[in-house]
Structure formats: C-alpha cells, structure tokens
Design a protein around this ligand. Sequence first.
Ligand SMILES: Nc1ncnc2c1ncn2[C@@H]1O[C@H](COP(=O)(O)OP(=O)(O)OP(=O)(O)O)[C@@H](O)[C@H]1O
Ligand SMILES: [Mg+2]
Length: 331
Amino acid sequence: MTLLDVRNLNITLQTAMGEARAVRDLNITLKKGETLGIVGESGCGKSMTALALMGLLPENATTSGELLLSGEDLLEKSEKEMCTIRGNRMAMIFQEPMTSLNPVHTVGRQIMEPLRLHRGLSKKEAFEEAKRLLDRVGIPNPSERIRNHPHQLSGGQRQRVMIALALSCSPDILIADEPTTALDVTIQDQILELIQTLVDEEGMSLVLISHDLGVIAENTQKVMVMYGGTAVETGSTDRIFDELTHPYTQGLFAAMPKIGMGRNRRLTTIPGTVPDLINLPKGCTFTDRCPLASEKCGGAVPARSQMNESHTVMCHHLDKAIKARGGELYQ
Ligand SMILES: Nc1ncnc2c1ncn2[C@@H]1O[C@H](COP(=O)(O)OP(=O)(O)OP(=O)(O)O)[C@@H](O)[C@H]1O
Ligand SMILES: [Mg+2]
C-alpha cells in the first residue's frame, strides 16, 4: 500500500531578489518499508523537499500540489496537526546533530520529552524507554550516557542520539538529510548500517538524502536524481545503476571515486554550476552544463520519458544519452 504519495509538489521561496522556484513538479511514491534515495548537488532542492514533508518549511515558502500521507494531504494540516504527525508518524535526522540537540539539557531529558508528550509515558517509564533506545542505537553504557550533555559525546554518538530521538516516536517514515556528511568515513558507514538495520527491523520507510551517489546506491531501493528543483531521473536503484541515462546522472557517476582508479587520476567533475532558481532557464535546467545540449534543450522543458515501469528520464536527447552510457560524456 502507498504510504506517501507526493503529487506535483511545487515550493516557491520569496526572497529579496525575487521568487526562487526551489522545487518544481515533484512526484514521489513510497510504500511501507520502502527506501528512497534523493541525490543531487548542493542547492537542487533536496532539503526543501524533506522539510515540506515534515511541515517545517521556512516562513517565506509557498507550496502547491499534494503531499498525501496514507491518503491525507499534509499541506492542508494545521501546525498543531503537523506537530502530532511529526511526533507519531514521521521523523527527521539532520546533518549536524549538534544544531538539533539542545546543548543545555541531558540527552536523556531530550529523549524522554517526546516519549512523555506523544506516548504518554510516566517519568520512570520514559527514563527506562530512553535507556532502551540508547542501547538500541548502539550507545555503550546507556545508564551513564543518558545523563550526559550533547557536548560530552562524540559526533557519531550524537548522531546515534538523534536516531534514538527519531525512533522514540516509532515513525512510519524516517527522513535522513545528509545524516553522515559531518562524520568521519568509518563512522559514516557505521551510522548508515545502523539506519539500515533499524529500517529493516522496525519496518519503517526511509527517505535518505545525499549528494553522494555511492551512499544512495548502497542504502536504498529507489532513487530520485534532483537537479534545479526537479527530478531529472527516477527509478529502482538497480535499474538506474545498470542504465545511468540522464547526462546529469552520468556526470554524478563520473564524479564518484572508483575502486582501482589509482591515486594519480583526478576525479571528474561536472563543469559549471547549478542554475539560479530565481531566473530559471526556460527549457531543460541542465542545458548550459550538458555535453549533449542542443538548441531545443534551451527552448522547452523536456517531457518525462518512461523507460520502463520503474524508470523515468527527463531529457530531449534520450538516444544520445543512452549511447553515451559507456562514460564518454565526462572525461
Ligand atoms: N530560507 C530560504 N530562503 C530562500 N532561499 C532558500 C532558503 N533556504 C534555502 N534556500 C534556497 O533554496 C534552494 C534549495 O535549497 P535546499 O536546501 O533544498 O538544497 P539542497 O539540495 O538540500 O542542498 P545541500 O546539498 O547544500 O543541502 C537553494 O538554492 C537555497 O539557496
Ligand atoms: Mg540540504
């Protein structure tokens, strides 16, 4: 059954420079237990999408479209209703746990608070449950750690606390926005593994956001590649990695370090920068960086072509893009 159904989501931000079209015509479906990766460079609308799901968009944002959670449109909910939904159905973890944790309270107090508020536990029950959750996310010595303040923990442990906090509401959907970017590589793997285990064991759905295609490949069943605020390629992870099609996805792939590449080979990057969301180009937003671009690309937005039932690509030059899959577009 479809748990989350995002239909034609648009997010516009009012800024001093004008209206920024942060997200355009976005569609997402997520079943119970399914895992989705959102990937793309900085500024392409990944976090805005996540914040919209959580009802946490900045005040200068306006939205259109539908955000259906079990059939109910979240965009129509009041702040109070969204607060209940955040406490019971969806949870989000962020890149930098230190900014999301309160530095003046112990981690125990911070985990106990939602348990008391949303699950109605007594103080003693909440304390025991908080200890169990800390243990569940792999924090050694929970009885002692529960009395620590965030600054007494390492970055990896703080992220584990954030995950415990997220779990405290037994969410149907966990949204993880660059959850490991601020951490050392070995700790990154541990945290991703923890998220994987918890998602499996709790039967949660996962939306994992990363600028790193490798992280997405290893941790999700479906992928949405975002560029300039919209999904340029979507599909099952296996399929997309077998058949990287959009020139932008091919560029992201070329920019990934590969095993056996040798130390002296420089990583390829996609030349140019992401589009200005206030003055979006008229046609395909990737035109000025795309090795395959022609006149038609700048003139009209390409349609979403359905490659098969689980793979869509938004490109005017599908045939050429398919031919270029071997990797010659970026060298
Ligand atoms: N409060 C705001 N007001 C106006 N513009 C904003 C605001 N917050 C973000 N933006 C802009 O909205 C666009 C989309 O931002 P978003 O945070 O979704 O990108 P992202 O894909 O998450 O990037 P990153 O990988 O850097 O986290 C960016 O151009 C950003 O500059
Ligand atoms: Mg972001």
